[in-house]
Design a protein around this ligand. Structure first.
Ligand code: AHR
Length: 305
């Protein structure tokens, strides 16, 4: 790894954010600004509006400006080699936030994120227990096609339900991590499955899609959380509201504070060359209605989601 180590802590850091597709993403953006401010870092923020080409442009602009380091939340997993090589040639360390890339590990300093396969696994295990051997047709709302959370959360869930013949994924489509698409796709699932009578559970790769789908289920005259079980990922405030209303059953928490550990790793690296581990893992915790959802909602509602 050939990045330069400067004597001082990083002062100017570029952050290429994916966009604002979900409540979780909004919280990550807010917290990154707050964590930068706490440390006196000048954060250069670029919103890519869900487009990889915009992220690549932003990275090239950060490189041209000579920033001290770059944070990258990569919208999809592939296609980063060239621009990461350019950053490496310019001796600018890159830290990945919340999503992974399929490039060589030598091209970035570290990645801060959760175990995305594990998250899907936790969601799947919850459903295995909740259904307790009863036959259950599942519909799945996938995240953004080609993104590491969509790929890994799908795999983790499938691994968890494998061997449980009572459980079957009967429909699976992307809802692009947004409420609007989550609702739209759930409407089409309900229509195709006898108005929803043939569906027993929804697995959504994030809470925002689940919240959109809950609305669609209600509009179809069914009770989300009862007629159709709802399990998703992120733990955004609105899913706790839904849980308190009996309309959602489980969520797996993803911490939005990825920037704190990223800035700490960069500071140590800049100070004396301390190499962080290649992956800094954040926790994933399962929440259910037993966890006092209204109290969790109150705790989270002003955190920037
Ligand atoms: O990469 C993390 C995922 O991206 C979050 O779970 C989702 O809400 C976001 O859009």
């Amino acid at each position: 790894m050939g990045f330069a180590v400067s004597a001082a802590t990083a002062q100017t850091i570029g952050f290429s954010q994916i966009g604002s597709e979900s409540g979780w993403r909004a919280a990550e953006t807010t917290l990154t600004h707050q964590e930068a401010e706490k440390r006196g870092i000048d954060l250069k923020f670029a919103d890519a509006q869900q487009k990889q080409e915009n992220q690549i442009k932003a990275l090239r602009s950060f490189i041209a400006q000579g920033v001290d380091a770059i944070l990258l939340a990569p919208v999809v997993a592939t296609g980063w080699d060239s621009v990461l090589e350019e950053a490496q040639e310019a001796e600018i360390p890159v830290v990945l936030l919340d999503r992974m890339v399929d490039s060589s590990k030598d091209l970035y300093l570290t990645a801060v994120g959760s175990d995305l396969v594990h998250e899907g696994n936790v969601a799947g295990k919850w459903l295995v227990d909740a259904t307790d051997g009863e036959a259950c047709n599942i519909v799945e709302l996938q995240g953004t096609t080609g993104s590491s959370p969509a790929i890994d959360r799908k795999k983790g869930f499938e691994d968890a339900i494998a061997g449980h013949d009572n459980l079957e994924i009967i429909r699976s489509q992307t809802g692009d991590f947004t409420r609007t698409k989550g609702k739209e796709v759930m409407e089409s699932f309900l229509k195709a499955e006898d108005g929803g009578k043939n569906i027993c559970a929804l697995y959504a790769h994030n809470d925002d899609m689940a919240v959109g789908a809950i609305q669609a289920i209600k509009e179809a005259g069914l009770k989300p959380g009862e007629d159709i079980l709802v399990v998703s990922i992120d733990a955004v405030p609105d899913i706790f509201k839904a849980m308190a209303a009996g309309e959602a059953n489980a969520t797996v928490e993803l911490t939005p504070n990825m920037a704190g550990p990223a800035f700490d790793a960069l500071a140590a690296y800049m100070k004396d060359g301390t190499m962080p581990p290649k992956f800094i893992q954040t926790e994933s915790k399962l929440f259910t209605p037993d966890d006092d959802p209204m109290a969790v909602y109150e705790e989270k509602k002003d955190l920037g989601y």
